[in-house]
Design a binder for this molecule. Structure first.
Ligand code: 13P
Ligand code: SF4
Length: 357
């Protein structure tokens, strides 16, 4: 590891930047009425819903029933790019809407709530990040998808949790030194898996950072037969206890494919909807977020993902407000770092298909 592998915290989030997690509360009648109305609006506007696994089940069900898509951040980008719809309604957080716009400048991209951000994006302001990159010009800049369009524009590569290890491994094999931003836990994990020479920005996901290693150990002792599934935005001591570390898609796949009936899951609890759908016979347990003397802030549910709901979705389709725009030059440069990943992942899957044949 480089002697400078970690930075002094260049930027930290204030408490005021983190909203409370407030999930939309609606009864069965309103749910049915809104769903019916939104289905008609989507059809009339040639629009589809592209939702992240962490959003409310109501939105995921609606996306599935109307030719939309529910997935992780990488596949949301891919689907939006391939879809023939004129409007994509991105139910997730801001960087997902921006990525959709960058890849599809001709499409209208709407989001139910423009305040839906991400602590990783907020914790990596472009001016500070750019100054840091300028100070290390001999490094390749690799940023996580959870960043603003402006930060992606400053990067050489964008990666997602499902692709970070493979991309960095490739760069390290070419002898490249790497600037990694913004998630420090994912950065440490990637560094450990690849042995790459990395300078790591000290951002964190406020949801995954709350998973507690000691309490997880205790929980595991009560369920020794359970497999532990962990998203790599979690702290190292939590990752160390995992049977599988992976993206949201990998975690869902593990529940269906692993030879176990019980799973402890360290990621946003929104994922339980798809997991239960995929494997209704399996027992799913939330990993602990609060220690003996601690209280959780997000309690394993992202406050920004929770800003998406049926009421706001219907409203945005009615008014056409909350459209996402990305400045042309920023979009042009950000697209290069995103496209590198899309090309890398499609080459990789073509190679593994050829090897399997
Ligand atoms: P995935 O790319 O695994 O869906 O993760 C996105 C995210 O925001 C996790 O907190
Ligand atoms: Fe960002 Fe964490 Fe929310 Fe994912 S769960 S969008 S990383 S704050």
């Amino acid at each position: 590891m480089s002697a400078e592998a970690t930075l002094k915290n260049p930027y930290s989030l204030s408490k005021e930047q983190i909203p409370p997690t407030i999930v939309e509360q609606i009864d069965a009648v309103e749910r049915a009425n809104l769903t019916k109305k939104i289905k008609a609006q989507l059809k009339q506007q040639n629009a589809v819903v592209v939702a992240h696994y962490y959003t409310e089940p109501d939105l995921q069900i609606l996306a599935d029933e109307t030719g939309g898509y529910v997935s992780d951040s990488l596949d949301m980008a891919r689907f939006g790019h391939e879809s023939e719809a004129e409007t994509l309604v991105v139910c997730g957080v801001k960087f997902m809407g921006e990525t959709a716009k960058i890849l599809n400048p001709e499409k209208r991209i709407l989001m139910p709530d423009l305040n839906a951000n991400c602590s990783l994006d907020l914790g990596c302001p472009e001016d500070k990040f750019s100054a840091f990159c300028d100070a290390h010009p001999d490094h390749v800049v690799v940023v996580y998808a959870n960043t603003s369009a402006a930060v992606k524009a400053r990067a050489d590569w964008m990666v997602t949790s499902g692709s970070a290890v493979d991309v960095v491994k490739q760069l390290a094999s070419e002898g490249k030194k790497i600037i990694w931003a913004p998630d420090k836990y994912l950065g440490d994990y990637v560094q450990q898996e690849t042995g790459a020479d990395m300078l790591i920005w000290q951002g964190a996901c406020i949801v995954h950072e709350e998973f507690k290693a000691q309490e997880l150990e205790t929980l595991r002792s009560h369920h020794p037969e359970a497999k532990v599934l962990v998203h790599p935005e979690s702290p190292a001591a939590v990752i160390a206890q995992a049977d599988l570390v992976g993206s949201t898609t990998a975690i869902i796949k593990a529940v269906t494919e692993m030879d176990a009936t019980k799973f402890i899951v360290a990621t946003d609890k929104g994922i339980f909807h798809k997991m239960q759908q995929a494997a209704p016979e399996k027992i799913l347990i939330e990993a602990p977020t609060a220690g003996k003397s601690a209280t959780c802030i997000s309690c394993a549910h992202c406050p920004w993902m929770a800003m998406n709901g049926l009421r706001k979705l219907s409203k945005v389709l009615e008014t056409g407000k909350n459209e996402i725009f990305v400045e042309v030059e920023i979009a042009r440069r950000a697209k290069q770092s995103i496209q590198r990943l899309l090309d890398f992942t499609s080459n990789k899957s073509a190679t593994s298909m050829a090897n399997d044949a």
